[in-house]
Design a protein around this ligand. Structure first.
Ligand SMILES: [Zn+2]
Length: 258
């Protein structure tokens, strides 16, 4: 999916969020959007400087050597690409579990979860430290699965499209919701993952295919969106989620990290 299509998708989702909101906004002002974009800009710069060169070198090496699970199976190109995407999606699910279960990783992932609303801009609000810490995981994914530059890029773009979609505050018609959520993560499913209730937050970890949550017993569909408050106690006021405090949260926060 070319970048222009991703931009068009983001713009369409932002437009649809206004037409069919799923949850009532807590902080509808432009400051929150500007804050999320600023946090995202730091993360994108970090990715360009760290993950990108590592990934480029490793995927080229994998392609030359035929290293990893998928190249070893000698599948037709389209099937190899599909299997690479599925295996990356599963290993991203495992990484997301670690982000919640390992205290050091949670400190960084917390910056994403403390957003007081959940919409397309939340999909861009990740602490740069979380992505820095994910570089070795990404390298391991590439080597284990055997991703080439093209299959990795395919997964990255599909995942970004899906992450923009499932973070959006878009109320899908019931039938489309039921049909889509059998296969992929929808805004309703991911809304449960952003709940202030810890038991709800510890569910729906999948980023693409729902099957991983279903297989591991972490799938929940039983929480109505109107009963969900987005965020993480005790960071439930605007002062606690501002730009500077968000960037510092992994390093200095003395509060209970939820
Ligand atoms: Zn999470």
């Amino acid at each position: 999916m070319p970048s222009v299509l991703l931009l068009a998708l983001a713009a369409t989702l932002i437009w649809l969020e206004r037409l069919r909101p799923l949850r009532r906004r807590v902080d509808p002002g432009p400051r929150r959007v500007a804050r999320n974009l600023a946090i995202s800009a730091v993360t994108v710069a970090t990715l360009q400087a760290t993950e990108r060169p590592v990934v480029r070198r490793l995927t080229r090496w994998v392609e030359r050597r035929g290293w990893g699970i998928v190249p070893g199976l000698r599948l037709p190109g389209w099937l190899a690409a599909a299997l690479t995407v599925v295996l990356f999606d599963y290993t991203l699910y495992l990484w997301h579990i670690l982000l919640h279960r390992v205290p050091l990783l949670w400190r960084f992932h917390l910056a994403h979860h403390i957003d007081l609303d959940l919409d397309v801009t939340t999909a861009l609000r990740f602490h740069f430290g979380e992505f820095l810490l994910s570089v070795p995981w990404r390298a391991a994914q590439i080597l284990l699965v055997g991703a080439t530059p093209r299959t990795l890029e395919l997964w990255q773009r599909l995942t970004l499209a899906e992450v923009l979609f499932h973070h959006s505050n878009l109320r899908l018609p019931g039938r489309i919701e039921r049909w889509l959520s059998r296969t992929i993560v929808t805004p309703r499913l991911h809304g449960i993952h952003h709940s202030t209730v810890q038991a709800e937050r510890n569910s729906n970890f999948s980023s693409g295919l729902v099957v991983w949550d279903a297989l591991h017993g972490t799938l929940r569909r039983d929480v109505p969106q109107r009963s969900i408050t987005i965020g993480v106690p005790p960071y439930l006021d605007e002062a606690a989620v501002k730009l500077g405090r968000t960037l510092l949260i992994p390093f200095v926060s003395p509060r209970d990290r939820g």
